[in-house]
Design a protein around this ligand. Structure first.
Ligand code: PEP
Ligand code: MN
Length: 364
């Protein structure tokens, strides 16, 4: 039967291959259709069909071509929203000064202390102990974001005052969380580093207020945040005139429920290779149980982290928050001793990785 005898109205309303037909099979599909409608199998279509086919072929080829050739892009393209966070010829490693300590420099910095500020005794005892064991910064939450509205929410201002007394006693600078933009001036008056918690990583008004305080900021990765999201938040702080940003990987939520979070060690490796900002690991919140904390801490050092944030308490089982993941003094000492060989290897590893960083490309 001649091709012109094909019922074009029928073809017109049925000329899109069903979605399960792969783009590469479009011409096979049309040849079969053509034959079914009385045309020949050889694929000699009437011009209108040929035209549609050509258009469709062109469209359908875009995706496979991208899949085959377009997957390699530079990290600068992938994280184009956060240009100032990325390493470049102009931006060397950021070193954040905190009193007489530096984060992101040659020294590996451990920040340690209780999850929550409970009593002056608890805080001063912990500050003195972790300082003797090699910690350089004392942590403790005066404002606590909690999973339950009935759990201890922190002492607020009284907690900040206890932190200030512990700083005097131990000589360690203080890191503490700020949860609300209204509290930024008060917390900044006491803290040496402002911590932005995982639940607030994308709270841009808080980030802006914290940035403008001029204090160094430890930005925790949101538990559901991609690295792109994380870097965008860091960029926002830089855009608000504060260059002293410290990135903190603290575990993310995945399908795995055996641990509190999934420690994304690859994120540490990647961040160290692409960003000039210091990267700190929090193995306590990543693991959720104290038995895993020392091993994750060692992994973090090996991955290239610039330091750790670890929860420690004089009597962890009685801690008012995060008891399960909190180390005792003896456990903290053991962990610190076990880190030594890994810390010794750091400079050599860092130099090798810096040399290979320029050649890196993102793979889709
Ligand atoms: C904390 O450091 O005690 C804390 C609440 O951390 P995160 O925001 O990572 O849960
Ligand atoms: Mn905690």
């Amino acid at each position: 039967m001649p091709l012109l005898a094909i019922d074009l109205r029928r073809l017109h309303c049925r000329d899109s291959p069903p979605s399960q037909v792969h783009p590469s099979q479009t011409s096979v599909y049309f040849a079969a259709k053509n034959e079914e409608l009385g045309g020949d199998k050889s694929g000699s279509f009437p011009s209108i069909i040929r035209m549609r086919l050509r258009t469709r072929r062109r469209r359908s080829l875009i995706l496979p071509q991208n899949g085959a050739n377009g997957v390699r892009q530079s990290w600068h393209e992938r994280f184009c929203d956060s240009p100032d966070v990325l390493k470049s010829a102009r931006r060397g490693q950021t070193v954040v000064p905190v009193l007489d300590t530096e984060i992101g420099g040659s020294e590996f910095i451990t920040m340690a202390g209780p999850c929550s500020v409970e009593t002056e005794f608890q805080l001063i005892a912990t500050g003195n102990h972790v300082s003797r064991a090699g910690a350089r910064i004392l942590r403790g939450g005066a404002f606590k974001p909690r999973s339950s509205p009935y759990a201890f929410q922190g002492h607020g201002l009284a907690g900040l005052q206890m932190l200030a007394r512990a700083r005097e006693e131990s000589g360690l600078p203080i890191i503490t969380e700020v949860m609300s933009e209204c509290d930024v001036p008060m917390v900044a008056e006491y803290a040496d580093i402002l911590q932005i918690g995982t639940r607030n990583m994308e709270n841009y008004s808080l980030l802006e207020a914290a940035a403008r305080s001029g204090k160094p900021i430890l930005l925790k990765r949101g538990m559901m945040a991609t690295i792109t999201d994380f870097l965008r938040s860091a960029q926002l702080i830089l855009d608000n005139g504060n260059p002293n940003v410290i990135l903190c990987e603290r575990g993310i939520r995945t399908f795995e429920t055996a641990m509190r979070n999934t420690f994304d060690v690859a994120a540490i490796v990647l961040l160290k290779q692409i960003s000039h900002l210091p990267v700190i690991a929090d193995p306590s919140h990543a693991a959720g149980c104290r038995e895993l904390v020392p091993a994750l801490a060692r992994v973090a050092v090996a991955a290239g982290a610039d330091g750790l944030l670890v929860e420690v308490h004089p009597n962890p089982d009685k801690a008012w928050s995060d008891a399960d993941q909190t180390l005792s003094f003896a456990e903290f000492d053991d962990m610190m001793a076990s880190l030594d060989p890994y810390i010794t290897l750091r400079p050599r590893v860092a130099i090798r990785e810096m040399a290979s960083a320029n050649a890196m490309e993102a793979v889709g």
